[in-house]
Ligand binder design. Sequence first.
Ligand code: HEM
Length: 215
Amino acid sequence: MADKSHGPDLILRHEPRDRVLHWLIVIAFVGAAASGMALFHPALYWLSNLLGGGRWSVILHPFVGIAMMLFWVPFARMAWSENRLQPYDRRWLSQIGDVVANRDDRLPDIGKYNAGQKLLYYVMVACMIVLLLSGIVIWRRYFAASFPIGVVRLAGVAHAVAAFVLVLGIVVHVSAAVWVKGSISSMMGGKVTPGWAWKHHRLWFRERIRSQGTR
Ligand code: HEM
């Protein structure tokens, strides 16, 4: 395991641009999720305080959602090729018991992301598309009046379902990020130790060493 204090030994995992986009997505997600939940159910109304109360939540929620989308599109495009499913992902998934029990030595070598991260990525992509399209249809101030009421109602249900699935997905995403020690610091500072890369993403580690070496 490399000593973290020796910068040159570390491996770049997340470019500065991607880290900035990721944390902007997080900020927008918290604002959109809190205001959305506040509007969804009276029991969650207290969450509207984050955006300055009920009235401000109604006004700002769609704009915060659009901001999240603007940060998400370039980030998701960057991550697209790294999340393509590979033959070894099936094996990794079939050994999920070994993953949970930390028996890394039994797992196949994998690329930059594991199969769990990849499947979650596709869930995020699908939810974002549904949230954007349905959100436009139900945006009362500008668009809702242009659609038949049946379509607006259907879009309302789709919006709530996609938001629910996304929030659940993010709970899993954050839990996994906390569980895999060194993962969050890679999204903060950009780098991981060679030991981390070897333990969790061996194929990616070899590719990085071959193409660029350590930085
Ligand atoms: C506090 C909330 C969050 C934390 C702590 C967090 C943490 C992380 C960390 C540590 C990574 C790097 C994983 C690795 O290098 O293997 C990552 C990647 C990523 N995050 Fe987050 N994240 C959060 C919220 C979000 C949100 C709200 C979204 C999108 C809606 C998101 C989408 C992604 C995606 C797409 C990746 C790349 C992984 C992949 O493409 O499979 N994250 N996140």
